[in-house]
Design a protein around this ligand. Structure first.
Ligand code: SAH
Length: 248
């Protein structure tokens, strides 16, 4: 049976997924803890991505080389950039770009040298299944989160967005910075720190991948407010429920 790889950006998300595994056992490689076992009847390998592009790319490379998964699903949180992308929404990446990569004037801005491209696409089939899983979870958000979290974070009608996610080695936490990103990349829906790096590794290895991010903040001056509480109470519940629906 083929093995599905699941990477989580947040420790709390990983913990919520591990709690669903009846038989997990650990293998350490490159300082990363890889968790092997079953989730909803599927053979899986789970790992914390670590934060930032290099760390996440290293994790993805080790994961792919050592455990040979058939696909890689990456869950985490992100700052909303698109005007309609609000806290509590979920973004499924169609394509991913490194917003801080700039080898101009030798190469066009954002282009990854020697790849001839700036955007890496996720797998269309995985995205379809992932989007359906997200829709099913968001439709019943209060059941997955509890009414108090819905009220605490003002999660009205959480929405799924599909499109561009941009990644860079920077926690974007000012209105000026997010406005600059919006001006430079008008179709970017969300910003985070790992997705595009992992998509590039998957491209190199012909490994189908998909990236889902729960919007934890608006990448503005209040981006850090309630960040940890949100991950604990909302993002971990969403990602565990979405992964369950995806595998189900
Ligand atoms: N307190 C956390 C650190 C989080 S770093 C810890 O100790 O683990 C930020 C994480 O959230 C990264 O995985 C990044 O991808 C994502 N993220 C959420 N909002 C972001 C934003 N506004 N800008 C960049 N990354 C963001």
């Amino acid at each position: 049976m083929s093995r599905i790889a699941i990477m989580a950006a947040m420790q709390e998300e990983l913990r919520a997924l591990l709690a669903l595994m009846p038989d997990e056992h650990k293998q350490v490689l490159g300082g990363r803890e890889f968790w092997l076992g079953h989730l909803h009847g599927h053979e899986v390998v789970l790992v914390l991505s670590r934060i930032g592009k290099v760390a996440a790319a290293t994790t993805a490379s080790l994961l792919a080389a050592r455990f040979e998964p058939s696909e890689l699903l990456f869950v985490g949180v992100a700052g909303g950039l698109g005007p309609a992308v609000k806290v509590g929404d979920v973004v499924v990446a169609e394509d991913l770009l490194q917003h801080d990569l700039d080898a101009s004037p030798l190469f066009p801005r954002h282009e990854v040298p020697l790849y001839g491209r700036s955007r890496f696409v996720s797998d269309a089939g995985m995205n379809r299944r992932l989007a359906a899983a997200v829709q099913a979870v968001l439709a019943e958000a209060p059941r997955h989160l509890g009414a108090s979290a819905v009220a605490e974070f003002g999660l009205g009608a959480p929405t799924l967005h599909r499109g561009l996610i941009v990644s860079g080695d920077r926690f974007v936490a000012s209105g000026a910075e997010s406005a600059a990103l919006r001006a430079e990349l008008p179709d970017a829906l969300a910003v985070e720190m790992e997705g595009a790096a992992v998509a590039q590794v998957c491209h190199d290895l012909s490994l189908p991948c998909a990236v889902m991010r729960t919007v934890s903040d608006r990448a503005d001056d209040s981006a850090h407010v309630d960040f940890n509480a949100f991950i604990r109470e909302v993002a971990s519940a969403y990602s565990a429920a979405v992964v369950a629906a995806y595998l189900g």
